[in-house]
Design a binder for this molecule. Structure first.
Ligand SMILES: [Zn+2]
Length: 475
């Protein structure tokens, strides 16, 4: 098949494969600015650095945009077994939990399937729940950590322990809501506590957390490769740049953010060959509820209609093929087949919708979207592994994966921006509602309303919980 973009492709590929910019940039983002967790000093500093870098690459309109959001500051946490033996276990608190000291009987809920909280309500009430990060077997949707937390609160739990399902990676982090103290422990300590309960029946523990929920400002880094035509239509690719505060967030998400920056660098070199504008965004605050992308969509709501396609490249340099997960767009398959042949590239695609990254706020507005991914990985993946632990470090990311990601996705974007017949269909509100329902997402929103109503009946409500009650949905 003839390739109408052969010269452009040669320029883009030779630039990518004769430079190490993305790995150099990733090293700076992680080693100099740390986690870039929303509200930390490294958040703002890394954003300023990314803008400076993009300007050095010649992208004049690079800038950042602000938004206010609920933030969270980690304090030291303690988990003590108080009977039948005395011992202290290593733990970390979970983002958006509240500071406090709670004591009670430990209730082991295993994987914490949906109906177990009501079933064991008598045991859970006024006590401390322990639940694994693992998805319950047989449940055909992803049971989010927050849902397990909220269901525990509704059953009367006053403290919450999240157990990493992956051995040898320590505690796993992830956000909850400011209602009760919540901590995370390693797989091994979780197994130890399970054995202790099995043997001794009654195990009492004390959790002490010192975290603070405060309002903060975070950011989105935005730049454009202008198109040569005067079409209003444009294409957008993005990845979040914020990691969890306990981690360098190197693979998730910095590998995605530096892929966006690398694409900005090389696309800018062929900008006279790009018809429609390509917008590139590094979103903040994804790990704490997709707040960067929700704010972006709100601040740019009038531009959603002209957006041809949103490509989300969260954790773009994962091992495996650099393909595209289309979020239910079978009408794009002929286009994908054609460009893969034309590019002579391995860029497989498949169809799936998931709500857990920055494409979701765009999806909810009907924008056609997709995410970087490998169809094969869905079959062979062993799960999150070191993700969301302190072991997501620079050494996990390989230049070859960064290069292939930038190469495939930059060439994909050129073709989406240039084709005159773009076949993607915007979803109707009804289709979107159906998807939301299928994901069990409407259930989780209803669950949040339930827990808010329940907490309002408390005699004493901590001030941080009060502030959360007044906020709109966390989901
Ligand atoms: Zn991510």
């Amino acid at each position: 098949m003839e390739n109408p973009y052969l010269d452009v492709d040669k320029k883009v590929l030779s630039e990518i494969y004769t430079s190490s910019e993305p790995l150099d940039n990733l090293t700076i983002l992680c080693d100099v600015y740390g986690s870039r967790f929303a509200g930390t000093p490294g958040d703002k500093d890394s954003v300023e650095w990314m803008v400076k870098k993009l300007k050095e690459y010649g992208i004049e309109n690079a800038h950042y945009e602000n938004y206010q959001m609920p933030g969270w500051i980690r304090g030291p946490a303690k988990l003590e077994i108080i009977s039948p033996l005395e011992r202290q276990l290593e733990c970390i608190s979970l983002p958006f939990g509240i500071g406090g000291e709670v004591e009670g009987k430990l209730v082991d809920l295993g994987d914490g399937n949906v109906d177990i909280y009501e079933k064991r309500r008598d045991e859970i009430n006024e006590n401390i729940v322990m639940v694994s990060s693992r998805n319950p077997i047989g449940l055909n949707r992803h049971l989010h950590r927050r849902e397990k937390y909220i269901r525990s609160v509704l059953a009367g739990a006053k403290g919450w322990i999240f157990v990493n399902q992956y051995p040898a990676y320590g505690p796993q982090t992830g956000g909850v809501s400011p209602i009760i103290p919540a901590i995370s422990i390693s797989y091994e300590d979780g197994c130890f506590l399970s054995r202790l309960i099995e043997r001794e029946k009654i195990v009492k523990v004390r959790i002490t957390t010192t975290d603070k929920n405060i309002d903060i400002t975070s950011f989105n880094v935005v730049c454009d490769i202008p198109g040569t035509s005067d079409s209003k239509e444009y294409v957008l690719a993005g990845s979040h740049y914020d990691g969890h505060d306990i981690s360098q967030g190197a693979l998730d998400p910095a590998s995605g953010a530096v892929t966006i920056i690398e694409m900005a660098r090389v696309l800018n070199m062929v900008k006279d060959k790009i018809k429609r504008r390509i917008r590139l965004v590094c979103f903040g605050a994804e790990e704490v509820g997709l707040l960067g992308s929700y704010n972006y969509v709100e601040q740019h709501s009038s531009e959603m209609e002209d957006l041809r396609f949103m490509l989300n490249l969260d954790s773009a340099a994962r091992s495996g093929k650099k393909g595209i997960i289309l979020h239910d767009h079978p009408e794009l398959e002929t286009f994908m087949d054609r460009i893969a042949k034309e590019m002579k590239a391995d860029i497989p695609y498949f169809q799936r919708v998931s709500p857990y990254s920055d494409h979701w706020p765009f999806f909810l507005k009907g924008v056609p979207c997709g995410s970087g991914g490998d169809p094969e990985e869905i079959r062979t993946s062993t799960g999150r592994g070191y993700g969301h632990t302190k072991f997501d470090t620079v050494d996990k990311v390989e230049l070859s994966h960064l290069r292939e990601a930038a190469a495939n996705y930059a060439r994909f974007l050129i073709r989406v921006a240039n084709t005159d017949e773009w076949p993607a269909r915007r979803k109707t509100q009804q289709e979107i509602n159906e998807f939301v329902k299928k994901q069990g997402y409407d259930e989780t929103v209803a669950l949040e309303t339930r827990v808010k109503n329940y907490v309002r009946t408390w005699e004493k409500i901590p001030p941080e919980t009060k502030a959360w009650l007044e906020r709109k949905s966390d989901w």
